[in-house]
Design a protein around this ligand. Structure first.
Ligand SMILES: *[C@@H]1O[C@H](CO)[C@@H](O)[C@H](O)[C@H]1NC(C)=O
Ligand SMILES: *[C@@H]1O[C@H](CO)[C@@H](O)[C@H](O)[C@H]1NC(C)=O
Ligand SMILES: *[C@@H]1O[C@H](CO)[C@@H](O)[C@H](O)[C@H]1NC(C)=O
Ligand SMILES: *[C@@H]1O[C@H](CO)[C@@H](O)[C@H](O)[C@H]1NC(C)=O
Length: 495
């Protein structure tokens, strides 16, 4: 207070200071922003503080600070020699970076804010590291800033910080990595900078258990290409993942580890490897684990592993059908997906699902609200319909009525899968007569502009039309005219 101002300075702070005994308080935001370029350290401390307080009051204030050009000086002040200035500038910038829309984040990148922030990741001062990490984490919620962080060389110093003695810093690094590794180029750099090895070190250290769930999520993000898969396999990572999967009572770790396994299982080579390590047994065990997230992730892994024929057989007695009684929509979706895969071209599995009462539960799913669950259930029923005893059972549970609604869906996947199911179900005379009531909605599908929907509708109509009554009914709905129109359109496009 009452500080003397250097005469030679022509900066705005000079004027205001001469006029006011209290240099910052009571000033307009515009003036405070100008003060950010003042050489006086005490004033800078206060100006940053005032900006922080003002920005904290709401997004409108942040936007007006943006308009006043507050970001550029703030981005410079975070590297100031004075620790207090640095801290206050960080706080002000930090609050700006949490703007609900992305304007501020983009502007911070535009104002050359990222290079000093990245530089501070290697600062000897742990507070600097933590403060810049916090801002970087907020910035990378925006796609553009994620790319910029990578381009500006932010990944190596970030990985270096995994070794920090401060758990709060390690958490922030992992949370940031979780976001930035959604980008392929960033994953490549992550791999080249020994990111996997560093994460495996964390995963092997039981003192770092609280970091494992986050670390596994990063691993899962980066496991999408074959180079990473080889790397993880060579480094004994697969065994580590299997161990993480079985970590008792820590569902977040387990579900993320299962996600990693599902990623690894994307290639047929790896599926063989996983099969060799008896992954099926582990997955079966996991299905009895209480947490929904683990069961859901496990169903997804089962779906992928089903590409491997030997695995498909070893899942035969899996209690997936029981999961459909659960109220979780996500779990139902994943479970019906797994069932559709397990029963695809596998009559023994289809029979096992039937024996577990699966056909009745699947018919009920056709009334559900989740489109993917409906689509998956329809396809599974179609897969099962080839065996007569199952076929009869499906009908006895009201399959006919249950299909009418999905046939009027606006979702093409639901339409395709249901018509597929209908075609499979309409394979005998009795069934075709039963399915008459589906005639109207089926004929309506001939109006679709979606090629695949049209194709499947034609197939289903073709099968159903061998029943005279069904054929007559479909003609009453105008099927013949529409089919002729389609034929005309096709010949016109093939001169
Ligand atoms: C970033 O990661 C967090 C988890 O740490 C997640 O909740 C958030 O949705 C991610 N944001 C983006 C944009 O990916
Ligand atoms: C659904 O799963 C959760 C977690 O496994 C369990 O607690 C709940 O009882 C299940 N609900 C039903 C109806 O089975
Ligand atoms: C599993 O289902 C998905 C979606 O229906 C499909 O893309 C995939 O090919 C199926 N896999 C197997 C093994 O049937
Ligand atoms: C059935 O629907 C699902 C969407 O849930 C889709 O992924 C799948 O490919 C469809 N199956 C077939 C055989 O078309």
């Amino acid at each position: 207070m009452g500080k003397k101002v250097k005469k030679e300075s022509e900066t705005p702070c000079k004027e205001t200071l001469q006029l006011k005994p209290l240099p910052v308080e009571g000033q307009t935001p515009a003036t405070v922003v100008l003060l950010l370029s003042c050489p006086e350290e005490d004033i800078l401390v206060k100006a940053c503080e005032a900006i922080h307080t003002f920005a904290e009051k709401g997004d409108e204030n942040k936007v007006s600070l943006l308009g006043l050009g507050a970001l550029e000086p703030l981005c410079q002040l975070i590297t100031h020699n004075n620790k207090l200035i640095r801290r206050n500038a960080f706080m002000a910038l930090g609050i700006m970076a949490t703007n609900v829309d992305f304007v501020c984040k983009v502007k911070i990148s535009d104002n050359k804010g990222l290079p000093p922030l990245i530089q501070l990741l290697s600062s000897p001062d742990s507070n600097d590291k933590k403060n810049s990490l916090e801002i970087i984490f907020n910035l990378v919620q925006d796609h553009q800033s994620r790319l910029a962080l990578h381009e500006l060389g932010g990944i190596p110093p970030l990985l270096e910080l995994l070794k920090s003695d401060f758990p709060v810093i390690q958490h922030l690094v992992l949370k940031t990595l979780q976001n930035v590794t959604t980008d392929t180029d960033t994953c490549n750099t992550f791999r080249e900078e020994q990111g996997f090895e560093k994460l495996m070190d964390i995963l092997s250290n039981m003192d770092f258990r609280d970091l494992h769930a986050e670390a596994l999520q990063v691993v899962a993000n980066c496991l999408s290409d074959s180079k990473s898969l080889q790397l993880i396999h060579k480094g004994g990572g697969l065994t580590r993942l299997m161990e993480s999967v079985l970590t008792p009572n820590l569902p977040e770790i387990q579900s993320n580890a299962v996600k990693c396994i599902a990623r690894v299982a994307q290639s047929s080579e790896n599926r063989k490897l996983l099969h060799g390590q008896n992954v099926e047994k582990i997955l079966v065990e996991l299905l009895s684990v209480a947490a929904i997230s683990v069961k859901t992730a496990t169903c997804q892994a089962v779906s992928v592993m089903s590409f491997h024929l030997a695995s498909k057989d070893s899942f035969r007695d899996l209690a997936v059908v029981q999961l459909l009684n659960n109220e979780s929509l996500e779990l139902k979706e994943a479970a019906t997906q797994a069932l559709s895969n397990l029963t695809h071209s596998n009559q023994l599995n289809a029979f096992a699902v039937y024996e577990a009462g699966g056909d009745e539960i699947l018919v009920q799913q056709l009334y559900g609200t989740c489109r993917r669950t409906v689509a998956n259930s329809a396809v599974t029923l179609g897969n099962m319909a080839g065996q007569e005893v199952i076929h009869c059972s499906i009908f006895s549970h009201g399959a006919k009525q249950a299909q009418v609604e999905p046939l009027q869906s606006t979702d093409t996947q639901v339409l395709i899968n249901t018509t597929l199911c209908l075609t499979m179900l309409a394979c005998d005379t009795e069934a075709r007569a039963e399915l008459q009531s589906a005639g109207g909605p089926l004929v309506n599908l001939l109006r679709s502009y979606h090629k695949e929907v049209l194709h499947h509708a034609c197939l289903a109509i073709n099968v159903c039309a061998s029943d005279v009554n069904a054929a007559v009914e479909m003609c009453q709905f105008g099927a013949l005219e529409m089919l002729q129109e389609i034929k005309g359109a096709i010949s016109a496009s093939w001169p």
